[in-house]
Design a binder for this molecule. Structure first.
Ligand SMILES: [Ca+2]
Length: 162
């Protein structure tokens, strides 16, 4: 039987003749190669059977940084990527969108989150060394287009049938 196998970074898809395509995540974090506002980023990750990235420990933070550095979005002068938390529901308190759990850890730059001009409600990871951002968390305007990181909570499970 004809069978097509597609391998994108972090996602393996197989298509057999007359069947639906089946996709599996091969790594925890996956970095798509286009920018989107925070809401669209979340929708896109969900459309893959994943979620906008949850980063709850320094170890997970380090893992996300490594995945970004190995991806095409990495620019050593300026890299910004959305993560999956916001204060859109309760201003002043960050929650992970996909789980509803309160944010307990983020590598905030000192002075962040600052809700600059009252317009910053979504969590971004920022590396702009020339401006003092060294893979720090920042609250940014949710409507801005940035790259983003999707997250498969269990990289071994089936993450979606398309
Ligand atoms: Ca900010």
């Amino acid at each position: 039987m004809a069978r097509i196998v597609l391998l994108m970074l972090g996602v393996l898809c197989a298509l057999a003749l007359g069947q639906q395509m089946r996709c599996f995540a091969t790594t925890r974090y996956y970095v798509p190669h286009f920018t989107a506002n925070w809401y669209r980023a979340a929708e896109y990750c969900f459309s893959l059977g994943m979620r906008l990235a949850i980063v709850q420990t320094p170890q997970e933070h380090a893992a996300v940084v490594e995945v970004i550095k190995r991806s095409d979005i990495y620019n050593n002068d300026s890299t910004i990527a959305w993560l999956g938390a916001s204060e859109l529901a309760v201003e002043g308190t960050y929650y992970w969108h996909a789980t509803g759990a309160r944010l307990q850890y983020a590598n905030w730059r000192p002075g962040q989150p600052d809700n600059y001009k009252g317009n910053e409600h979504c969590l971004a990871l920022m590396n702009i060394p020339g401006q003092g951002w060294n893979w720090h968390a920042n609250d940014g305007p949710c409507g801005n287009a940035h790259y983003f990181v999707c997250d498969n909570a269990d990289a071994d499970r089936n993450v979606g049938v398309f």
